[in-house]
Write a protein that binds this ligand. Structure first.
Ligand SMILES: Cc1cc2nc3c(=O)[nH]c(=O)nc-3n(C[C@H](O)[C@H](O)[C@H](O)COP(=O)(O)OP(=O)(O)OC[C@H]3O[C@@H](n4cnc5c(N)ncnc54)[C@H](O)[C@@H]3O)c2cc1C
Length: 499
């Protein structure tokens, strides 16, 4: 047992200075913790660890690792009862409240995914004892080091009408190109490593269905971000293009980043390989363990917080522009509030309907998929409602905080940026700039895309809902009614009526 202290911000920032290969704007990044494209957002994420290490939060946020004795984030915990599930959820909520739900791949997402898969370790053992041992050892290592993981589990789009193996050119797709007694070499790309810039390691898997002959693509492993040959190609940084925190409050500090991950002949040692050349196991590790449920349950917990944040923004905007009491506005806000509350209620429903998976307690499968299917449609609707409620308030704004430095402009701004609720000009502008970054800016647009796709396109999430709904119970309800009559009884009824 160790007395290693709880992971804090300093420990996480130091761990990111590892010589990883990250590119942005054509250049190699020397240090992601200092680069203008990433540094604020990296700190926002890293600060989650100081939050968990704060004496007031230790009990809520952490639990004692059964192997090392170190207190680590509760996302690694495997609940054995409803009560433990709720205790774990409260830790995830507390973290999401630190970023308003805007960091989709905060460390608890992958910790949830890996922990959920590990609850199905017997599946891995039945498949291959060595791979199962590698997975268990990895889980213990990741948990006891309280690692921040990201994942890439989707192939680049290329041509979605064809299977990877049927493409004339499958070079873009990450696949096995060599293997020996030390491990496996992979080459090609995976999308879309959100948070990879600020994570310690990447978990690589294959979620989309593979044909039995697509064995070269069917691998799952985890490697540190500084592994030789792993190249991270960042998308445009919204943080780097932010003018200031006042002007772009979310983009400047909550840009978790997304990146294409290119595996340039990356050698993966056997002790880090959990699935090897098995298309079947690639699917089963997500769907025949609680893995997929736990990762998406975390996402629903997070979005609960984000929708509440958006509802709060909408209310504040309407107060500011004096529309709050107008019946159609109150009506729209009432609907927004109901939507946000419905999602929170669905989260409680997943837990209340949860069941045991062996000794572990798992949120209800269909309840998670129902929430996922609905929230990916709800999110853009709610964003649109807030835009509708705001009018030009989100645009009639100073070009930047620098306008206040010009006395002539500052005087006009003070005269014009008046609020119905009496808030002063700078407070009004602060609110509206935050709202624009949440619903209208390029950062906001990426968030809409994220919420629509992080769990798969609609046809995918609806298929999960279709697959897991209790259709037998639904059919039974129909039979209960139709069982009470048949054609003979109806003919007899008609005859009776005639008499
Ligand atoms: C902001 C963002 C962050 C992301 N972060 C990550 C991450 O961290 N890790 C990760 O692994 N992935 C990540 N993803 C990828 C995400 O998982 C995928 O976007 C998602 O699974 C959908 O796959 P796709 O983008 O290839 O879209 P596609 O599957 O190509 O679908 C695009 C559209 O094409 C149509 N379509 C395609 N195929 C069919 C079909 N068979 N039937 C009917 N219609 C079809 C539908 O209209 C669909 O909406 C992220 C995505 C986004 C947008």
């Amino acid at each position: 047992m160790t007395t290693q202290p709880i992971k804090n911000t300093a420990e996480h920032l130091a761990s990111l200075r590892d010589g990883r290969t990250v590119y942005i704007n054509g250049e190699l990044v020397d240090d992601v913790t200092e680069h203008a494209a990433f540094r604020n957002s990296v700190r926002t994420a890293a600060n989650l660890y100081d939050y968990q290490a704060h004496p007031a939060n230790i009990e809520t946020m952490t639990f004692e690792s059964p192997t090392s004795g170190r207190r680590v984030n509760r996302a690694w915990q495997m609940p054995e009862s409803y009560e433990e599930l709720v205790i774990r959820r409260n830790a995830l909520i507390a973290w999401a409240e630190q970023h308003g739900g805007f960091m989709g791949r905060s460390p608890d997402h992958l910790a949830s995914a890996v922990t959920g898969q590990l609850m199905g370790l017997d599946l891995f053992e039945a498949y291959d004892k060595d791979r199962a041992k590698a997975f268990w050892d990895y889980y213990v290592h990741a948990r006891d080091s309280d690692l921040y993981l990201t994942y890439v589990i989707i192939n680049p789009q290329v041509d979605r009408s064809k299977a990877a193996a049927d493409l004339n050119n499958d070079d873009p797709m990450m696949k096995i190109v060599d293997e020996d007694s030390a491990g496996v070499t992979v080459r090609g790309a995976k999308m879309l490593g959100t948070s990879s810039i600020m994570a310690n390691e990447v978990f690589v898997a294959h979620l989309q269905p593979l044909r039995p002959d697509e064995e070269d693509y069917a691998i799952c492993f985890a490697i540190p971000m500084d592994t030789k040959g792993l190249k991270v190609l960042s998308r445009k940084s919204y943080e780097q293009h932010a003018v200031s925190q006042f002007d772009d409050p979310l983009a400047s500090h909550y840009d978790e980043n997304d990146a294409l991950m290119y595996f340039d002949d990356v050698k993966v040692p056997w002790e880090r390989i959990f699935v090897h050349r098995s298309p079947e196991m690639c699917r089963r590790q997500f769907h025949d363990t609680p893995g997929h449920i736990y990762q998406n349950y975390q996402a629903q917990i997070r979005i609960t917080v984000k929708l509440k944040f958006l509802a709060g923004l909408a209310h504040a905007i309407c107060e500011t522009i004096g529309t709050l009491k107008m019946p159609p506005v109150a009506d729209a806000l009432g609907k927004l509030a109901a939507q946000a509350a419905a999602v929170e209620n669905m989260m409680w429903g997943m837990e209340a309907k949860g069941q045991h998976w062996g000794k572990y307690f798992v949120p209800d499968r269909h309840a998670v998929y129902a929430a996922q299917t609905l929230t990916q449609e709800l999110y853009p609707q709610m964003i649109n409602t807030i835009r509708e409620l705001s009018g030009g308030a989100l645009i009639m704004l100073p070009s930047s905080a620098a306008d206040f430095g010009n006395p002539e402009l500052a005087e006009i701004i003070e005269k014009v940026q008046i609020s119905a609720d009496g808030r002063k000009d700078t407070d009004r502008i602060k609110l509206m700039k935050l709202a624009w970054d949440a619903v209208g800016s390029e950062f906001a647009g990426r968030h809409t895309q994220y919420e629509m796709f992080y769990a798969g396109a609609q046809f995918v999430t609806r298929a999960h809902s279709f697959r897991t709904y209790d259709w037998d119970k639904a059919a039974e309800l129909i039979s209960t009614v139709t069982g009470r009559y048949d054609i003979d009884s109806s003919i007899a009824d008609l005859a009776e009526k005639k008499d």
